[in-house]
Design a protein around this ligand. Structure first.
Ligand code: HEM
Length: 505
């Protein structure tokens, strides 16, 4: 069930219709080439406009929006249709979960769907990110050992700096084994795929990707080898899927079994008790086999043992395993379903720089411009985390490309990234996948690539909420692409299956 839910959640989170275009993307004005959007823009000279849209009647007003989001429209049409209706990339709407059983949760948000407005979400002077990782709704802290882990902490809370620096440190420590673990586990994954294809004609790869990710990330981030514990080796990924699924179900549109989904999955939360056994086993695994890393958290960052372990488990399971489990299928889909000759170009670039057997390292990627650009373009069109939330720390004036809006302290901003990343005022031909978009001068566009909750040219730190692993994620993805084209001349498949691989000749 967990694997199936994860598979559906994964595909739903990536389900973005490329056909419809946004009002900003249909604009005929040329992309902004020089204006930096990585810092919040000035609102001077822009006409002041009241934020359009409404929340409807108290309590029941959120029901139509909830049904549209989860059932009738799905997130993409939900945001696009409201943007078009209001003629604005900034508007008021409700975001589920909401009435009737999420009584304490306020679904009212200010939606933001263009690149320029989106940058306000990164400015920690004007917004706070306390407990808003997935909106006003926050999964019970029971799922994280009664601890508010890093992703829920605002930068004004001293603990945020302690844990963010700890996360940065474990990445630095892990970098010594990162590439070897990545390539070693990727090769095992690809061996499995090859054998399944030769036996069955195709391979459904998500379960194998997750085994690969779990082993690679446990070794690299925690310094713990799942192979030392048979239960964890066999079921660690399954425990994480269950734990992730139960926390996130109230927020994820599956859109397959309505109205049962609304009644059973989106109307209330499920108790942690249902997954506590698996969570405890993962906790014990880290405590026993990740001692050195846990000690680092205690001695160098002032964390208690349990704070260090719950945070490590969250980084491993939610941030890293969860993030890559969504991202890699979209990357594989981009490459394996391509019919434009992209594979031949990638193969040529990889082999020119690294041959088909040379050991790859982060350094090998410096000159693989096309490989890197394909990774960035996949993240642009399919940002793995689609919604970003932040609450106004004070009254401020928000600027979109064409208007300014007054936002009141306490209002919740909700950025829908798939639309912001298709902003035609920034990205030329924004709905199309352009493999070379970020090559050469195109690298300037990295200022506007926001998958990590900040620009790709930004620096994650204790003073912001940008993904601690911003560079590790893109470098790892590029390494995966490079290794695949060292091994194969061609790969055929989609976001769920590989159907053929042709070995390098
Ligand atoms: C494809 C994989 C990943 C994706 C898509 C991803 C995405 C994100 C996003 C969007 C955020 C900001 C969430 C928000 O506040 O709205 C975030 C935060 C974070 N990520 Fe990642 N992430 C990935 C992998 C990783 C990995 C491997 C680590 C390992 C250290 C990591 C550590 C963190 C941490 C610690 C934060 C919280 C930052 C803070 O509170 O200041 N992430 N990630």
């Amino acid at each position: 069930m967990a694997m199936a839910t994860m598979r559906i959640m994964t595909s739903r989170m990536m389900n973005i219709s490329p056909s419809s275009s946004s009002s900003s993307s249909s604009s005929s004005s040329p992309p902004l080439a020089t204006q930096s959007l990585s810092a919040p823009p000035s609102s001077t000279n822009l006409p002041l406009r009241t934020i359009p849209g409404s929340y409807g009647w108290p309590l029941v007003g959120s029901i139509p929006d909830r049904l549209d989001y989860f059932w009738f429209q799905g997130p993409d049409t939900f945001f696009r249709s409201r943007m078009e209706k209001h003629g604005s990339t900034v508007f008021r709407t409700n975001i589920p979960p909401s009435f009737p059983f999420f009584v304490g949760v306020n679904p009212n948000v200010i939606a933001i769907v263009d690149c320029k407005s989106f940058t306000h979400l990164f400015d920690m002077e004007i917004v706070e990110k306390r407990d808003v990782l997935v909106g006003d709704f926050m999964p019970s802290v029971k799922f994280t050992g009664d601890t508010r882990v890093c992703a829920y902490l605002d930068t004004s809370e001293p603990k945020h700096a302690q844990i963010k620096n700890f996360a940065t440190e474990i990445l630095k420590r892990g970098s010594k084994v990162w590439v070897d673990e990545l390539i070693g586990n990727l090769d095992k994954f690809l061996d499995t795929i090859e054998s399944e294809i030769s036996k069955n004609g195709s391979s459904t790869y998500l379960p194998h990707v997750q085994t690969f990710l779990f082993n690679f990330l446990s070794k690299s981030l925690i310094g713990a080898d799942p192979a030392v514990d048979t239960d964890i080796a066999n079921s660690g990924a399954f425990y994480l899927n269950l734990w992730l699924g139960l926390q996130l179900l109230p927020t994820v549109p599956l859109r397959i079994i309505q109205p049962l989904e609304e009644i059973f999955l989106h109307s209330y939360t499920y108790p942690f008790l249902l997954v506590s056994g698996g969570y405890q086993k993962l906790y014990n695994f880290i405590e026993q086999h990740g001692k050195e890393v846990v000690k680092r958290g205690q001695n160098d960052f002032g964390l208690s043992t349990s704070e260090a372990i719950h945070n490590l488990l969250f980084v491993l399971g939610f941030n890293a395993f969860g993030g890559f489990s969504i991202f890699l299928p979209s990357l594989f889909n981009t490459i394996a379903s391509d019919k434009t000759g992209l594979q031949a170009r990638l193969r040529e670039e990889v082999r020119k720089i690294s041959g088909s057997t040379t050991r790859l390292g982060f350094d090998s990627l410096k000159d693989m411009e096309l490989v890197n650009s394909v990774v960035y373009e996949t993240l642009r069109l399919n940002p793995p985390v689609q919604l970003q939330f932040a609450r106004a720390r004070k009254d401020f004036r928000l600027a979109s490309h064409d208007s300014a809006f007054d936002v009141k302290k306490g209002e919740l901003l909700c950025g829908y990234q798939p639309l912001a990343m298709r902003d035609g005022k920034v990205f030329d031909d924004p709905e199309s996948f352009k493999a070379d978009r970020f090559v050469g001068k195109g690298k300037e566009l990295l200022d506007y690539l926001f998958w990590s909750n900040g620009p790709q040219t930004g620096t994650p730190s204790e003073s912001n909420k940008q993904c601690a692993a911003k560079d590790y994620v893109t470098l790892s993805a590029s390494l995966i692409v490079a290794r695949m084209f060292q091994r194969y001349d061609s790969i055929t498949g989609d976001s769920g299956n590989f159907t053929a691989v042709e070995k390098a000749k």
